[in-house]
Design a protein around this ligand. Structure first.
Ligand SMILES: [Zn+2]
Length: 730
């Protein structure tokens, strides 16, 4: 993109730095050293601790606890002045969620109370209630003071959204406001079937949006129209839901998202960062910036706040973020470190980002597969088991797409109409709760020729999580619900025997024309040939399953290529034989109309199984189903060894393809401390009209590659990838 200084800060400042001050830092912050570090790491903005839990300037408000030994010094102001002298953007950092005992003693009514009237505490601190004057009066006054005295470009806030969903505040403000809105008393417990609890959830979300708007009015009023209050947000929807942060509403308001998602988990892998970029850009737009706090210390499991994280672990997290359109923001806890290795980590990553910025921002994803999601579904269907009901199925799908190197985008369930124009198919991974309008949009997509892969309980519940008589999309699936299931989705469902998940799927020996070679799915049905979507399983008649099967009644016209094999013992070995080698229970059903799109409905939760168990058969079958439903309309093909996260974009006159080498990470746990190269890789991309495909640059290898163009595709070879490669085809 062409960066001009005339743009507001949130349009150009993509690389950030944050020295997160601790209370003792006024005595040891070395301003000259940090200025040199800002220059060395090529940051365009810094985040400076201002106030909230601890103040780093002499606030006129005595209830803002000052850092130890701060006295009348304005450390925050000194850092801001230095940053301005360096030409950097500045965000003042707040944490408005908690305060100390003095504040509690003077204003007990500002703080959240449990059902017995005791204050909720976090360690030594007290948790402020979002409905109290603390948020309505005290925080706005602090924001105004900070903006007026130091003129930052904006304000971030670490844990701005107050008490999380696991705790109900019973203070008088909450009681009064909730009754005014709902006519009801506050819920006493977390009963998702009670009207009071449901209204409480919706009301809590609305209050956070009010706080977002209110804080923005305050900072803009005090600091001008570009002085934004931008909180901080999480990289995963379950995390946002747990804190009542409505990602859709926030992205409708935000000019930039400051993402606090600092490290991978072993369950989610580096690819979670590229996924977060896809998901948030899908809401926010691909023209806006998403800087992400990346820990230079050992964050995750276990956490060591002042020990250095291995450089390859930081690097791979950041690079997968780049692939998803996320930009870097280094984060150190404390201003002085005895483990100085962490000061070496950011420089190379940030300099690479600066040198190639024009290819990393302002681009549009190229994908024909859309993975549908909904935060409301996470709440009202996921309830207290969102990981099992929604995160695992989604993770299974996205990891199967990753493994198959199929590019995809995330599509919010409210945006199916808006965002599905270029898509060949949609995936609904166990989206249990969908509203009527959301289902109608999916139906129109399929009627218009779009493919669909849906699994499990998708559309079985309405937007409140109330059970419907049948799947709302039963007509598309070609099956009907029966209110029974076999197996379990995970720990929240009790198994009746230790081997109750020792189940299998049987591949039907039927269907499709008796011609040799791969089948298009368009031939007449003939016994003896398997369906095209079962390619790759010629030498087996069964697949391991071990998950939950929705028992469904298939329509006569539905094709059933997989059926369920009920459980049988595992131990002792003598007993491990199939009591019932087959059943007529469908595990998979196809609808393949001539006019409408192809639909695959998975009654067996292979998406969740793959997310949980990592069996390659499940991933292979899921990828087959995607290709079948998309009628093979996939714009990218990458052949060669390794686990690669592929993100494809277009800019004017060129394609940009990220290949992130997750091979090492995919086979062992965090943190990694060595990178193992893979290659050569043969890459083929479909060319848009304005891309000739005659030249290709490899930005990381700093070389060009020969291209071979035919039939609207360009092919090239990437000799080797250590951490990542970014290929620009023009
Ligand atoms: Zn309250």
């Amino acid at each position: 993109m062409s960066v001009t200084p005339a743009q507001p800060w949130y349009r150009y400042a993509c690389r950030w730095g944050q020295t997160n001050l601790t209370e003792v830092d006024p005595g040891r912050y070395d301003l000259a050293w940090w200025r040199a570090y800002w220059r060395r790491t090529r940051v365009q903005g810094v985040i400076v601790n201002a106030g909230g839990i601890v103040a780093y300037y002499p606030s006129a408000y005595p209830l803002q606890h000052r850092a130890h030994a701060l006295g009348e010094r304005d450390l925050y102001g000194e850092i801001v002045a230095a940053a301005r002298a360096e030409g950097l953007a500045v965000l003042a950092r707040m944490d408005s969620n908690r305060a100390d005992e003095r504040c509690y003693i003077e204003h007990p009514d500002w703080f959240a109370l449990d059902g017995a009237g005791r204050p909720y505490r976090e360690g030594e601190l007290f948790v402020a209630c979002v409905n109290s004057p603390y948020y309505d009066e005290f925080i706005p006054a602090i924001l105004r003071e900070i903006v007026e005295r130091s003129r930052p470009d904006g304000v971030t806030d670490n844990s701005w959204s107050g008490l999380d969903r696991s705790r109900i505040c019973h203070c008088r403000y909450c009681a009064r406001r909730f009754r005014a809105v709902s006519g009801l008393a506050l819920p006493r417990d977390h009963d998702w079937d009670s009207d009071a609890y449901r209204q409480w959830i919706v009301w809590n979300y609305a209050r956070r949006v009010e706080i977002w708007d209110r804080n923005n009015r305050t900072t803009r009023d005090a600091g001008g129209p570009d002085c934004l209050w931008i909180g901080m947000n999480a990289g995963d929807v379950a995390g946002q839901a747990g804190r009542f942060r409505d990602y859709q509403a926030i992205c409708e308001r935000a000019e930039i998202i400051m993402l606090d998602s600092q490290a991978r988990s072993n369950a989610r892998g580096f690819q979670a960062n590229g996924e977060a970029g896809r998901l948030i850009h899908g809401l926010l737009g691909w023209d806006k910036l998403i800087p992400e706090s990346t820990a230079m210390y050992q964050a995750g499991q276990p956490t060591f706040r002042v020990a250095s994280k291995p450089e390859p672990e930081v690097r791979m997290w950041a690079l997968d973020g780049f692939a998803g359109g996320i930009s870097p923001w280094w984060h150190h806890i404390g201003a002085y470190h005895e483990d100085r290795r962490q000061y070496r980590t950011a420089e190379a990553i940030f300099r690479w980002h600066e040198a190639h910025e024009e290819y990393l921002l302002q681009r549009v994803p190229v994908a024909t597969v859309g993975v549908v999601w909904s935060q409301r579904c996470v709440d009202f269907y996921g309830r207290d088991a969102a990981e099992e009901r929604l995160s695992l199925p989604q993770r299974g799908i996205t990891n199967a797409l990753l493994r198959a190197r199929i590019p995809y985008v995330f599509v919010h369930a409210d945006h199916v109409e808006r965002d599905s124009a270029g898509l060949a198919m949609l995936i609904l991974p166990n989206l249990g709760a969908l509203g009527d309008a959301q289902c109608e949009a999916v139906r129109r997509f399929v009627e218009g020729g779009g493919g669909l892969l849906a699994s499990g309980e998708t559309s079985r519940y309405d937007e409140w999580g109330d059970l419907r008589a049948d799947f709302a999309l039963a007509d598309l699936f070609g099956v009907h619900a029966t209110d029974t299931h076999h197996g379990a989705s995970g720990p929240t469902e009790k198994s009746w025997a230790p081997w109750s998940n020792h189940t299998y799927l049987r591949l039907s020996p039927e269907l499709r024309a008796g011609v040799d070679g791969p089948h298009t799915g368009d031939e007449p049905v003939v016994a003896g040939k398997r369906h095209a979507a079962l390619e790759g399983f010629a030498e087996t008649d069964i697949l391991p399953f071990g998950g939950r099967l929705e028992v469904v009644q298939a329509d006569p016209a539905a094709i059933v290529p997989l059926t369920y094999v009920p459980p049988f013992p595992i131990y002792p070995p003598e007993t491990a034989w199939m009591r019932h080698p087959s059943s007529n229970l469908p595990a998979l059903a196809f609808r393949d109309g001539a006019d409408a799109g192809r639909v695959a409905y998975l009654a067996a939760d292979l998406d969740r199984c793959y997310g949980r168990d990592n069996l390659p058969d499940h991933a292979t079958l899921l990828a087959n189903l995607v290709r079948w439903a998309a009628r093979d309309r996939i714009p990218l093909r990458v052949d060669g060894p390794g686990l690669l996260d592929c993100h494809l974009y277009r800019q004017s006159g060129r394609l940009v393809l990220h290949l992130v080498n997750l091979t090492s990470a995919g086979t062992w746990r965090a943190p990694i401390d060595e990178l193992v190269p893979v290659g050569p890789l043969r890459v083929r991309v479909e060319l848009p009209d304005d891309v000739s495909g005659q030249s290709a640059r490899l930005l990381v290898a700093a070389t060009t590659a020969e291209t071979d163009g035919r039939d609207g595709w360009a092919a090239l070879t990437v000799p080797s990838i250590t951490d990542h490669e970014v290929i620009v085809v023009s």
